[in-house]
Design a binder for this molecule. Sequence first.
Ligand code: NAP
Length: 499
Amino acid sequence: MSKPYSRDYWEAFLSALKPEGRHFINGELSPSSSGETFTRTRPMDGKPGATLARGNAGDIDRAVAAARAAFDSGVWRKKDPLEKKKIMLKWAQAIRDHGDELALLETLDVGKPVMASLNVDVRLCADGIQFYGEMIDKLYDEVAPTPPSERAIVRKVPIGVIGAITPWNYPMIIDAWKLGPAIAAGNSVVLKPAEQSSLSAIRLAQLGFEAGLPAGVLNVVTGYGEETGKPLALHMDVDMIAFTGSTEVGKQIMGYAAQSNVKRVALELGGKSPLVVFADADLDAAASAVAWGCFYNSGETCHASTRLIVERSAQEALIAKIEAVTRSDIALAHPFDPSAQIGALIEEEHMNKVLSMIAAGEKEGARRAFGAERTLAETGGYYVSPGVFIDMTNDMSLARQEIFGPVLAAIPFDTEEEALRIANDTIYGLAGAVFTKDMDRAHRFSESLHAGTVWINTYDMSNFATPFGGFKQSGFGRDRSVHAIDKYCDYKTIWQHFG
Ligand code: NAP
């Protein structure tokens, strides 16, 4: 029987909820060694949220030691692949079974609509763990061609202790993108979630342990980036950092790896993705793709389609359609409101940053078509309405900087060459799209767009079979798909001579 997911349902659930805010190390909940904590502010209403352990280098040492002990003992990596698969699948099911609770924790932390947390974030998190669980008994090594007196086996072996550092925009999904392949490959993990969004990570680790992951295979240390993420990335006994976050911090992570033990690094970083619309395109489809692509998750999406590069003759009609779709389909409301499609921004400081970037853009001459204003201030929460600026040029700050809010910059063009030049004129290369009915042009364009994912006549379509990640300063290494397993493995050659 389907549940009545009303506002009352979530309010009642919330009043009974006691979120866990301690680290999860070696299969146990643990306060910070300093005893220090910090308290989150709820983005949906500005009220105090959960209290969390404020981790430090000592806590990271404890978690890394637990991860190392689990790895060295072989308790996980040497387990029968069928057994490992069963545990991962049990974990995925436990995530689904605790879906309401996980969705609520996510919404309390990040302010997105709780139904989106449930139907998108929880679902994709469980699907991710399942996808990699199902791969465990299908991973083969290789035998290389050699003369008959020799045999060379090329083994794919786990790397060891992985430090995973994740952001706050899709916490559960991105955690699963890292935990799924890293653990399936046989590694142990120390996860440092963003300080704003640790509740779901702690619960995910508890559920994994209850499903049968041995102690120490998955550890979570909560706290601030400088106090926990940095010591994790500098740690001499961590073999790899899998990072998702800003390009700025990604560069620091590379530095920490170089300063310490040359640990491997995989970086999923920022974006300023172009969506190019030619005048011959289906403008209704394009308008819907632009609006959802840019405004979903309140624009707090790394691959949000924040630059609309539109053929000049179609700009006016397309913007009118984008406004209509935004107003009719993308309801901004309190995250417990069942009609909400988008909710609050992550925190007051971030909302103010978004508003000040908008103000700076207007000073430079950006022309507002609609929206991009603070709203629902009476709730105490941090809401900004989706908005569009038109007749922009690609050198304006709203077209260049990652705003991470619901703000679209529309840049008109006159020729295909100009559209391509503008689309590629960015330090980022995460994603992009082209809308046109001319398939020759669509393929020419998609080949020439420097981005890890290019969509044709759609946006933001994906599944676990497709790799995700960026070119240029959007990082390197790929999450999702079978290829993500390679990231968490080393190749080892075992050469045998038959005497
Ligand atoms: P962020 O500020 O770079 O933080 C990401 C993570 O790094 C957080 O856990 C953060 O901890 C930690 N951190 C901060 N300073 C650190 C340091 N000196 N050493 C080690 N760790 C440190 O990014 P964010 O604001 O959370 O997320 C938004 C960014 O993520 C955007 O740029 C977005 O494009 C990018 N992103 C990319 C992808 C992708 O797949 N390419 C996906 C999602 C998001 P604290 O939170 O405690 O500071």
